[in-house]
Design a protein around this ligand. Sequence first.
Ligand code: GLU
Length: 416
Amino acid sequence: MSKVNPFEMAQQQLLDCAKILKLDQGVVDILMQPQRQIQVSIPVKMDDGTTRVFQGFRVQYNNALGPYKGGIRYHPEETIDTVRALSAWMTWKCAVLNLPLGGGKGGIICNPKEMSKGELERLSRGYIRALWKNLGPDTDVPAPDVYTDGQIMAWMMDEYSVINGKNQFGLLTGKPLIVGGSLGRGDATAKGGLFTLREAAKELNLDLKKATVAILGFGNAGSFAATLVQKMFGSKVVAVTDSKGGIYDANGLDIAAVSAHKKETKSVVGYKGLKTLTNNEVMALPVDIIIAAAPDEGAINEKVAPTVKAKVICELANGPTTPEGDAILYKNGVHVIPDFLCNAGGVTVSYYEMVQNMYMHYWTLDDVYAKLDAAMTQSYHNVLKASKEYKINMRQAAYVVAVARVVEGMKIRGWV
Ligand code: GLU
């Protein structure tokens, strides 16, 4: 994780937007801080007979427009500042998509790679036992995020159901299909981002069939994006990176073979004997599109931004660009599809999952994708329109659209 404080970054972005929208001080004061921050200690019996206590967080940023919504991360370097920033971005993410949801985020400081399945289950159930009173289908609805998955969601949903004495599938989203998950949730973040890329390409007259792509971060969203960008548009993926470095082949990479190599060796590095590049070197490659999918907040800073040659950056990860980096990219004419717009496909399908759980009626994959496409396309154009109207960059425009909605909700509810 980089050294920038992600929450300070999120606050700076918000202040920037407050100026554009000329918000009253009282409104800004509410929006600058989470409504509630909870820290819990979770004791877990480890396989070796010892007990270890883990620290867990849930930050409930703003619920003016609906229940708090957002993932739970398991990460050894988790900090409250990261969770706070991510909970703020969830608020703007749901608002820019016009979802009837607020924003929240959770995390546990732990290293899931070093834990057994049993330990992870006990930790996940412990998190719910510590927090269940503050969660619920119309209170706060968690989801998977970095190093959490459908299995963890299923354990959490089960624990909450046991405590409540009845099945509560709607407690959280990103569940396996058999217990109330939605079709299409798995690759929804990547797919949603690519729908916005398609719209951006139309705007910029960029022929996606001939475009070259670098993917930063070959985790969940990044590897789905690599496969999908070829399948949906015929673009050529020429570079990919992970935490150990990057690889580049101007002739294009065989993504299935790179995935197999990563599965075997735990990294994309070393694939076919290609030279290992640093992330910053990959950022400066002569490509048309960069898909930033690495969980590395603030990586595109004032040093990296001037080296970018790409025409479009799709921010599939949260917070990859610093405000200084943003200003440089905008000046250089790089079209940034900002994180909480670009990666909103995940939470959008999470919202569809909530609806399906409430109705006890499940949709087809085609239904999910069609609705997701319409929602992402509409939101991209709303943001583009604001960016032209106010003559501001796409991130500022996304803030303007999102924050204006949250403020309208707060005002009509009488908070300010
Ligand atoms: N963790 C995902 C995100 O950051 C999804 C959140 C959700 O589905 O609630 O957008």
